[in-house]
Design a protein around this ligand. Structure first.
Ligand code: IPE
Ligand code: IPE
Ligand code: MG
Length: 275
């Protein structure tokens, strides 16, 4: 297989070493989800229009996607446009739509050659015809790829996702397929738009905002959060390595006791039984 390259640059030795070190250090998140924020502020800090920031953000998408594929991360979900983002000025929304359509046209082949599968979650029906067409074509083209699943959250919100799942479940109850008592965690998960995707292990938000902004509300129950001050257009591979490094330092307890405490408690239990 040809080496993974979306950025059209050859991977240098120091980058190869950074990746090897990360892989040696600990487990990788299987699913990374990113709230790509700060494009407008990045552009403004450079005296430019907000759309300039969105354009620059595409370069970060390319770099981060490439790195995830190189490292062996299986799922990458990118929050690209929220339900609430439709309320922005028409000029900005239109510029974003054009950018999306153009980027898809340009990158679809490249994604395919690199064995990356493209998927979306969100209300794609709300998008202009050209975007929908580019999305459908790119999804169809890449559907058999299995190196990395790249999922774009477009016109997405966590509340929309949960509302849709509730509607589907209500219909199933109405049709007599299930009883209300049958509804459990797993059943709700399997009616969300992310039914085929594991919950994110690591959620990254750029631009220093400490909020979730209606992203994967149900799915993030036990995700590790990483927030960086860096604006999205400046968030490149070295920043991702820092985020993964931080993830590897965490102990995920899922409500249970820490490993150390579990051992201590087991010791006390043995003592109790033998005295
Ligand atoms: C994120 O950057 C991209 C989208 C939400 C589409 P912003 O456009 O929110 O940039 P800031 O947060 O205003 O700087
Ligand atoms: C979140 O960013 C949505 C995306 C990154 C697509 P926003 O810029 O829309 O979020 P708020 O308004 O700061 O919460
Ligand atoms: Mg923002």
């Amino acid at each position: 297989m040809k080496p993974i390259s979306l950025t059209n640059t050859e991977q240098n030795d120091s980058d190869k070493q950074s990746q090897a070190r990360l892989l040696e250090r600990g487990t990788l998140p299987e699913h990374i989800a990113i709230i790509m924020d700060g494009n407008g502020r990045w552009a403004k800090s450079k005296g430019n229009m907000r759309s300039y920031g969105h354009k620059a953000g595409v370069e970060s998408v390319r770099d981060i996607t490439e790195v995830c594929a190189q490292l062996g991360v299986k799922y990458l979900t990118l929050y690209a446009f929220s339900t609430e983002n439709w309320s922005r000025p028409k000029l900005e929304v239109n510029a974003l739509m054009r950018l999306l359509a153009r980027s898809l046209r340009k990158e679809a082949e490249n994604l395919n050659e690199n064995n990356i599968r493209l998927e979306t979650i969100g209300q794609i029906d709300r998008f202009p015809k050209r975007c929908k067409q580019e999305l459908t074509e790119a999804i169809e083209l890449t559907k058999d790829n299995d190196r990395l699943n790249l999922c774009l959250a477009l016109s997405y919100s966590g509340r929309w996702d949960i509302t849709e799942a509730v509607k589907k479940l209500a219909h199933r109850v109405q049709d007599g397929e299930i009883e209300p008592e049958d509804i459990n965690d797993d059943m709700i998960s399997s009616h969300l738009s992310t039914a085929e995707i594991p919950d994110p292990d690591l959620i990254i938000r750029t631009s220093g905002e400490y909020r979730i902004s209606n992203f994967l509300l149900w799915q993030l129950a036990y995700s590790e959060l990483y927030i960086t001050e860096t604006y999205w257009p400046d968030f490149r591979r070295d920043e991702l390595y820092k985020a993964i490094h931080s993830f590897q330092e965490r102990e995920r307890r899922f409500g249970k006791l820490s490993k150390k405490e579990q051992k201590k408690q087991a010791g006390l239990h043995v003592q109790e039984l033998t005295t």
